[in-house]
Design a protein around this ligand. Structure first.
Ligand code: S3P
Length: 208
């Protein structure tokens, strides 16, 4: 049966695990932890952009402007979409907001949205100087307003939603792994980290 001429190349859903969420939701920290548990490389797109430009995100915002940074994010998403070796990527908090990025993000792989409240973000990022958007007189109002605008974009992109903020990092990771299993992912059997093994040994000693 004729399907008609396809103007654009079609993409299957990619092999990556993509972490999205507001600044301070724990994408980098959770991504690093999951890298061990899933035995996959972890990449932080802010760090990739910084390495490519040889500048920090703050310097890029200052010297080239936010618009230029947003174009770099979109360009990088295309590279991630075309990367066939499965990885974990954490995206900057503003990446899902650009409309043209949303289909790209979904094509990259399974998208996990780390949901957090404005109050928890404020507590975590009080005094942070690395997020140019929060260098203002009333960072809490800025967080609240940005989050109100961004939440629908995060929800649109997400395959899986997990709550962070009041939850321990280890529990957030377990929650994600559980939901990935439900979605049909094979989770590798990995040895415990050195720290966890030490804690186990301690437990056994105290029981004996
Ligand atoms: C931004 C979030 C930052 C970084 C830049 C802009 C945003 O990343 O990309 O400062 O618009 O929310 P993190 O979410 O990793 O902090």
């Amino acid at each position: 049966m004729a399907t008609g001429h396809k103007k654009n190349k079609e993409y299957n859903k990619g092999p990556h695990l993509i972490l999205i969420g507001f600044m301070g939701s724990g994408k980098t920290s959770i991504g690093r932890g999951l890298s061990y548990k899933l035995q996959r490389a972890f990449c932080d797109t802010d760090k990739m952009i910084e390495a490519g430009e040889n500048m920090t995100v703050s310097e890029i915002f200052r010297s080239k402007g936010e618009g230029a940074f947003r174009m770099m994010e979109t360009e990088l998403l295309r590279t991630i979409r075309d990367d066939t070796s499965p990885k974990i990527y954490s995206l900057g908090g503003g990446t899902p907001v650009q409309l043209q990025n949303q289909p790209l993000i979904k094509m990259c792989g399974t998208v996990v949205y780390l949901r957090i409240t404005p109050e928890a973000v404020y507590e975590r990022l009080k005094g942070d100087k690395t997020r140019p958007l929060l260098q203002c007189d009333d960072p809490f109002a800025k967080i609240r307003d940005l989050m109100a605008v961004r939440t629908p974009a995060y929800e649109r992109c997400a395959d899986i939603i997990v709550d962070t903020g009041d939850t321990e990092r280890e529990d957030v990771m377990e929650d994600i792994l559980e939901k990935l299993k439900e979605a049909g992912w094979k989770i590798p059997e990995v040895r415990k980290t050195e720290k966890e093994s030490d804690e186990d040994t301690g437990d056994k000693r105290s029981q004996s």
